[in-house]
Structure formats: structure tokens, C-alpha cells
Design a binder for this molecule. Structure first.
Ligand code: GLN
Length: 304
């Protein structure tokens, strides 16, 4: 397979479709400074090969892509107990929605909407004492990039403009579903969201899911069954209220973030990360989804 040629081809095809309707996220002011023209894509295979095109080595704010890693580490460290505190159904609502939390008694619908990720971060903080550091260290090892770091400007900007997330966290806490102080949980949540990594870093770091739970050093992080479950929740909830559309167009488990990144997994084969900052109304990268659509259409790669 000519992966390099494939990347050029699918990025060209996505660009031909245009991205004029996308908008760079600005509710976190530090994210609004991203150059909308940047576009990168990388594929990492289970054989250890990495291919990239465009701005694939440029670090960007991974935002909610980090929720894939916080969930994984929480499952690896803490087992099944998490599922008493967070559900695993698609929400059908935007990632930052408050509406279901009251009728569902402070148990967020799934670990990838903000409410659910806040509960996951709380659990990871209980388990490790440093949830933000645990995600950063895991990414450093799996991506083989020891320089991978939190962008403190983004983290500070998120905290300063974090009324919505603070409301979610306090509301969850009112039902007894946070075990650490709200401020500490949010600090760690912003720390992992504000990690800066490139498409190449994230494609490498996602490979443990393609390897059914095996880390870069060959050790087992998740059981095969747990890895399958993470992929299942990625497919049904990883792109929020557009998860159906993403499954329809792309057909792979994937996680998006408002920094414009999307990490998708083809179990047994590899992982692919794409980055372009302009987002659609559901918070997913317009060009990112288009490029993944073109990739899976051209190759037949899909879990279906
Ligand atoms: N840190 C962002 C927030 O909490 C993550 C949102 C996202 O990427 N969907 O709003």
C-alpha cells in the first residue's frame, strides 16, 4: 500500500470539497489564534511505520482527543467501577450540554462529552494523584516524543473562560459524583485538554487501540475486551451528536477535539490522525472528517 501517495490524494480530495463553512473555535480565546489554513495528516501502522503529509509534525491543541487517553488510563488503572459513574450511550446533544444531567441524576451519558470526561478526570485523579500528568506521560511514551507538553496559555485561557465546564462540574458534584474538589478536577481536565501534540504524535499514541490494547513497549495496557470497548464507545460517542454521521461517512472509531484534530483507529491495522482547525456546528473538523471520509472510501478501510 502506498500510504504516502494515499495521504496526498485524500488531502487533495478534501480540499477540493472546500471548507469555507468551517469556523475555528473561539469560545476558548487562545484557540482562536490557530491558523485556519493549517492541514496535516498522519498514518501509523501496527508494523511501526509512520507516514505524514502537510502540517503533520506541527503541534496543535488536542482538546477532547485527550479524553480517549484519560478514559483508557482510568479503565487500565481502575477497572469497571467507572461505569457506575458514567454511562456509555450517545448523548445526541452537544459536547458541552447540561440538559441531560438533571434528569439522569448527575451521571453523564458517556465519557466523551465534557460532563463525562470531567467524571473520568476525577476518577483518574483519585487513582493516580495527577490526572493531567498521567495523560501527558502516557502520550510522551506512546508517541516517542519526550518533549510533548501542556500549552499553558491554552490551559489558562480555558480556565478563565470555563464557566460552562465549572457549571457542569458543580452540578455533577451536587449529586455526589465528584470525589475531589471541583477546582482540582477542572485544573487536571484543562491540563490534559491543553496538551499540544502533532498528527504524527497522536497517530503513534493511538496505536495501542489498533494493537488491541498492547503498548509501544509490548506490554498490555488494556485487555482485548477493554480495547474493543473503548473502540465501541469511540464509534458511538467520540464525535458527539455527529457520531452517526461520522460512522456513516468514515466508518471508524474516532475522537475529535475543538482544536481541529481527529484521531481514528482501524483495529488490527493502524491509526490515523488529521488536523484542520475550522469546525462544523457539532465541533468536528470539517476538512478532517472529509479527509477521513476520502481515506476510508478509497481504501475500503472500515470496521463494517
Ligand atoms: N477543553 C474543551 C472544553 O472543555 C474540550 C471540548 C472539545 O474538544 N470538544 O470545552
Amino acid at each position: 500500500m502506498d500510504y504516502q501517495g494515499l495521504l496526498y490524494e485524500v488531502m487533495d480530495e478534501a480540499l477540493r470539497g472546500g471548507h469555507a463553512h468551517g469556523r475555528v473555535a473561539d469560545y476558548i480565546p487562545a484557540l482562536a489564534e490557530a491558523d485556519p489554513a493549517q492541514f496535516g495528516m498522519a498514518i501509523a501502522t501496527v508494523d511501526g511505520e509512520v507516514y505524514g503529509a502537510g502540517d503533520w509534525e506541527q503541534p496543535f491543541s488536542i482538546q477532547s482527543v485527550s479524553k480517549l487517553f484519560s478514559l483508557t488510563l482510568t479503565m487500565a488503572e481502575g477497572g469497571e467501577g467507572l461505569w457506575r459513574r458514567v454511562g456509555r450511550e450517545p448523548s445526541g446533544n452537544p459536547y458541552n450540554s447540561l440538559v441531560q444531567l438533571e434528569s439522569e441524576h448527575g451521571i453523564p451519558r458517556n465519557p466523551f462529552i465534557n460532563a463525562g470526561a470531567i467524571v473520568v478526570t476525577d476518577r483518574l485523579l483519585e487513582l493516580t494523584g495527577d490526572a493531567g500528568g498521567a495523560v501527558r506521560d502516557f502520550l510522551r511514551v506512546e508517541s516517542r516524543n519526550a518533549a510533548l507538553e501542556v500549552d499553558e496559555t491554552v490551559a489558562a485561557s480555558e480556565a478563565l473562560h470555563g464557566n460552562r465546564n465549572a457549571a457542569l462540574a458543580h452540578f455533577i458534584a451536587s449529586y455526589g459524583n465528584l470525589h475531589n474538589p471541583v477546582d482540582a478536577v477542572l485544573r487536571h481536565y484543562y491540563a490534559h485538554c491543553a496538551l499540544a501534540a502533532s498528527c504524527g504524535d497522536l497517530a503513534r499514541a493511538g496505536l495501542f487501540l489498533a494493537r488491541h490494547g498492547i503498548r509501544v513497549d509490548g506490554s498490555r495496557l488494556l485487555t482485548r475486551s477493554e480495547a474493543k470497548r473503548v473502540n465501541a464507545v469511540l464509534l458511538t460517542c467520540g464525535t458527539y451528536d455527529a457520531a452517526g454521521q461520522f460512522a456513516f461517512r468514515v466508518g471508524l472509531p474516532g475522537k475529535s477535539g475543538v482544536g481541529g484534530g481527529i484521531l481514528a483507529v482501524l483495529p488490527g491495522r493502524g491509526s490515523v490522525c488529521v488536523w484542520s482547525p475550522p469546525l462544523d456546528a457539532t465541533g468536528n473538523s470539517v476538512l478532517g472528517v472529509a479527509a477521513l471520509d476520502a481515506l476510508t472510501t478509497a481504501t475500503g478501510w472500515s470496521i463494517f
